[in-house]
Design a protein around this ligand. Structure first.
Ligand code: PLP
Ligand code: COI
Length: 339
């Protein structure tokens, strides 16, 4: 049974839930892990995660079904992406079995914190892999910690399915052959100042352009971008420096196979926004957040409306969220039932 909480008023904030999973990689192997109630990590001051950013993370959610059970959405994809991040940062991979077991144990142990069906809330799960131990040279850490913790969350951008506005940043979040395509803390550190500047101007967040030519949309600091054209095409940027969003790939599949849209992964030029009738940001935390308008230099471009969600975005949202909460049949292997 769920805890008593103001489920409808949840934002995207840290809440300490009772249990997290912690496992150490030592002497060249993953040691036995366990659930723990301690939310503090004690690590060496010389940990590579602190000095050289040798760390990566994931984000996924657990969804309360109408029958009271709990669904995970495509957790195997998060496991795969974590291991791509680990490989690029020269860290040991976390076996899929260990990843899924840790996630499942944490959700089960904190089941009372999975928000009720219909509240709009979900349980956000954060797997984290960090280099620890004594190492001051720029080298891979001698030891690693993998932890998974979770908390109930509401909408990431205020308003949820209500459109909000974004501004194009003059900064880059990732280099062309750098780490944009993996989920590492450094990308997010680089996005903090641009994000703050955008919020100070009353935008939800910024949109980054491709770091090589600054002519094409890459993504939002915390979500991928998509647009719907007048010809009913679902278009999303293709670039080696954006995070391969699991939500985005799910939407590409659903747009094509369930909504009958043509789908395109390609260039999205910032001076050609007129081709879109609707636009949105998509991700685990963002779900689908409609984009009202985009400020680019002195021009403010409105897509469908600054106050109302467009019809195609609404259909995509209903399909995706319906699948996640177990109301609509999922494509094979998209849902892992925790109970
Ligand atoms: N892009 C960035 C930079 C992100 O942080 C996220 C969030 O994980 C996404 C895109 C969306 O990815 P996903 O749909 O896998 O959550
Ligand atoms: C997610 O959607 O899981 C993210 O990681 C985005 C943000 C909270 C960093």
């Amino acid at each position: 049974m769920e805890k008593t909480m103001n489920w409808n008023e949840l934002g995207f904030n840290y809440i300490k839930t009772p249990w997290r999973f912690l496992v150490k990689w030592q002497d060249g192997a993953w040691q036995p892990g366990a659930l723990t109630q301690d939310n503090q990590l004690t690590i060496s001051e010389a940990s590579t995660a602190l000095h050289y950013g040798q760390q990566c993370f994931e984000g996924l959610k657990a969804y309360r079904r109408k029958d009271g059970g709990v669904n995970l959405f495509r957790p195997q994809e998060n496991s795969r992406r974590l291991n791509n991040s680990a490989k690029r940062l020269y860290m040991p991979e976390v076996p899929e079995e260990l990843f899924l077991s840790a996630v499942t144990q944490v959700v089960k142990a904190n089941e009372a914190y999975v928000p009720p069906y219909g509240s709009g809330g979900t349980l956000y799960i954060r797997p984290l892999l960090i280099g620890v131990g004594d190492m001051i040279g720029v080298q891979a850490a001698p030891e690693y910690l993998f932890t998974v913790f979770c908390m109930p969350v509401g909408p990431y951008f205020k308003g949820g399915l209500t459109p909000t506005n974004f501004i194009v940043s003059e900064y880059d979040r990732a280099a062309p052959m750098g780490t944009g395509a993996i989920k590492v803390g450094g990308n997010y550190a680089a996005s903090l100042l641009p994000g703050k500047e955008a919020k100070e101007k009353n935008f939800s967040d910024c949109i980054y352009l491709d770091p090589q030519t600054h002519t094409k949309i890459e993504e939002v600091g915390s979500a991928n971008f998509f647009g719907i054209t007048k010809e009913n095409q679902f278009v999303t940027p293709s670039s080696p420096s954006i995070l391969p969003s699991i939500t985005k790939y799910s939407l590409l599949y659903l747009a094509k196979n369930r909504l009958g849209l043509e789908t395109i992964e390609g260039d999205v030029y910032i001076d050609d926004l007129d081709r879109f009738t609707e636009a949105g940001a998509c991700g685990t935390a963002a779900v689908i957040s409609p984009i009202g308008g985009i400020q680019y230099k002195d021009t403010f471009h409105v897509f469908y409306s600054e106050t109302e969600v467009g019809p195609v975005t609404q259909k995509l949202y209903d399909e995706l969220v319906g699948i996640q909460f177990g109301d609509i049949e999922a494509p094979e292997d998209w849902i892992l039932q925790v109970n």
